[in-house]
Design a binder for this molecule. Structure first.
Ligand code: DAH
Length: 346
């Protein structure tokens, strides 16, 4: 190879080195040029056959090329490892629209729960919480529900232990309503008591459009001297207007719950048709939203509150149902499917 051949080789190497942008590129280049099978090595192959003078000159030129190439290679390696990683500053087009991060937000059930808590808070009710794991005593007996009552049957209730033939007085279970919290509050405070208790409740119901095995209730309790049914009607009528709109009418229908006497179920005028009748209210103009009543004297006695001196009212409503009504959701299962398009609406 002539002198100009070596120069051409040098130019070729310089071009390849300039194009090497990463450590991997450099490694590949090193194998191609400097390695055992590299181009430089092959240059020396024909040297032995040359006459001594020529061999000397040629050997020197090859050696110089080798040194120059190795030095350039090492310099490039140092430059690469010192260069900042990531794209060059001018590689970012700041005029492109950014990608908005998807923000989390409160679940609609929890927003509804907060709204309920706020409405009753303005009416003077303090928000407290009760345990989700209860016993048969608090979930049933102290609420005047005998254990042979249908509601106490294993079919509805999520028991956490097996019956033991009466050795243990009370079985553990997941609370099937928030009413047992009434007892905890009455046991730990003296009247006047005015609380709401929001939270999760559990029943062995299979999920369908209107049931979930885990759902939410909010319990209300007011115990003091001289509390009457009129107070109950006043509080719930005002709360319903705050929750569903100023035009909302409230209707009390006689009903039965073991822990209240008298008991009532409460309907509000249909949110969609205003009371004239539509598919949402099945033509009746009314939608049922809660159960309530005057705290049964026996329940007060269980809590060691004298029913001759004190009276009270209680109510319990399904939060999921209220959320469905307010948001126009027709299948309760949407709430637990967590689809971003569904949950992202509110
Ligand atoms: N605990 C009842 C249920 O889950 C609802 C209820 C009815 C609560 C009447 C009350 C009440 O406090 O007074 O079906």
């Amino acid at each position: 190879m002539s002198e100009s051949g070596l120069e051409q080789l040098r130019a070729e190497f310089d071009g390849a080195l300039a194009a090497a942008g990463t450590a991997a590129d450099l490694e590949r280049l090193s194998a191609l040029w400097i390695g055992r099978e590299g181009k430089l090595r092959r240059l020396t192959e024909g040297l032995g056959a040359l006459p001594p003078e020529e061999k000397k000159a040629r050997g020197k030129a090859i050696n110089e090329l080798k040194l120059a190439i190795t030095a350039a290679f090492e310099a490039r390696g140092r430059a690469l490892s010192a260069a900042p990683r990531g794209p060059a500053p001018d590689a970012i087009d700041v005029t492109l629209p950014g990608e908005r991060p998807r923000l989390g937000r409160r679940h609609p059930i929890y927003s509804t729960m907060e709204e309920l808590r706020d409405v009753f808070g303005r009416l003077g009710f303090e928000c407290v919480y009760g345990p989700e794991i209860e016993t048969t005593y608090y979930n049933f007996e102290a609420l005047n529900i005998p254990l042979d009552h249908p509601a106490a049957e294993p079919f509805d209730t999520w028991y956490l232990d097996e019956p033991d033939g009466g050795k243990r007085p009370h079985r553990a279970l997941l609370r099937s309503h928030t009413s047992p919290a009434q007892m905890h509050v009455m046991e730990s405070r003296v009247p006047p008591i005015r609380v709401v208790v929001p939270g999760k409740v559990f029943r062995t119901d299979p999920a369908d459009a209107s049931h979930l095995p885990v759902f939410h209730q909010i319990e209300g309790l007011y115990v003091d001297e001289g509390v009457t049914f009129a107070d109950l009607k006043g509080v719930l009528s005002i709360a319903n207007k705050a929750l569903f709109g100023a035009k909302t009418e409230t209707r009390f229908r006689p009903s039965y719950f073991p822990f209240t006497e008298p008991s009532a179920e409460v309907d509000v005028s249909c949110l969609l048709c205003g009371g004239t009748g539509c598919p949402a209210c099945k033509g009746s103009g009314w939608i049922e939203i809660l159960g309530c009543g005057m705290v049964h004297p026996r329940v007060l006695e269980f809590a060691k509150i004298d029913p001759a001196r004190y009276s009270g009212f209680a109510f319990g409503m399904g939060v999921d149902r209220i959320a469905m009504l307010k948001l126009g959701v027709t299948d309760i299962r949407h709430f637990v499917r967590s689809h971003p398009l569904f949950l992202g609406q509110w």
